[in-house]
Design a protein around this ligand. Structure first.
Ligand code: MF3
Ligand code: CO
Length: 252
């Protein structure tokens, strides 16, 4: 567990702000007819221009590195959707964009789920509730509380709505690496986990499903879907635990 110095906190603020601005810019391009390859190309160019590098591009094993500059996950895809010119967004789709970058040695990691034109009220509600859970989790990210308090707050929101909670992917510490200790699950564990201290930086990222939360992998080795093909939503902020209220590093 790493509690950042004041200097490192400033580095995390800069990386977080850039990641948020970039995610916002790419999310603004979402409309019927655009492909995830177009969104990916825009992400690549924005990172190049800003002097940032993608934390996702090349991630994973040398045998099957992740090929996108961000992850683009449509409808039943929960995480790690791979951009493609054949994936053209259609009215009524929902798409999560998970954008993580390195800037001056620090990682900013954030995700939004956006609607393509008009979507069903069920889809809109799923996204709103996943956002509510993220806010509830962030509220618990206070010195003296435990990682388990963040998890419990997130899980309670999903349970109230009867949504599935994806268990295979969790939030995480974030800093000079994209994934640092501790893990931040979106479900409750018997133990409360690590105690939060000023200077901890966490990526909190609930993933909820309209149906069952069981997952399956596509043959590309990355794309993760709901087994029952129900819709999934995913939202994420990088946050800083302080002496007072939590600071959202990837605020848009
Ligand atoms: N940014 C993701 C996270 O929230 C991880 C992306 S890994 C990738 O932790 F390889 F798929 F890009
Ligand atoms: Co993350």
């Amino acid at each position: 567990m790493i509690c950042k110095t004041e200097e490192d906190r400033q580095g995390m603020r800069n990386a977080g702000r850039l990641a948020a601005e970039m995610l916002h810019a790419v999310a603004q391009m979402v409309r019927p007819g655009i492909s995830t390859a177009d969104l990916n190309e825009q992400t690549r160019e924005l990172m190049l221009k800003a002097g940032a590098t993608s934390a996702s591009y090349g991630y994973g094993s040398a045998k099957n590195p992740y090929p996108g500059y961000a992850c683009f996950s449509i409808n039943d895809v929960i995480v790690h959707g791979i951009p493609s010119k054949d994936q053209i967004l259609q009215e009524g789709d929902i798409i999560s964009i998970d954008l993580a970058l390195f800037y001056e040695g620090f990682c900013g990691d954030n995700t939004v789920t956006v609607c393509v034109g008009e979507v069903s009220s069920a889809a809109r509600h799923l996204i709103e509730i996943t956002e509510e859970a993220l806010r509830a989790g962030i509220q618990q990210a206070v010195t003296g509380q435990y990682v388990g308090d963040i998890s419990a707050a997130i899980a309670a929101v999903a349970q109230r709505e009867g949504y599935g909670i994806v268990r295979e992917f969790v939030g995480h510490g974030v800093g000079r690496e994209m994934h640092e200790d501790p893990q931040v699950p979106n479900y409750v564990l018997p133990q409360k986990g690590a105690r939060l201290c000023p200077g901890m930086t966490l990526a909190i990222e609930p993933m909820f499903t309209l149906g069952d939360a069981a997952i399956q992998w596509d043959s590309d080795g990355w794309t993760v879907r709901t087994k029952d093909h129900s819709l999934a939503a995913h939202v994420e902020h990088s946050i800083l635990v302080t002496e007072n209220l939590p600071e959202v590093l990837t605020l848009r």
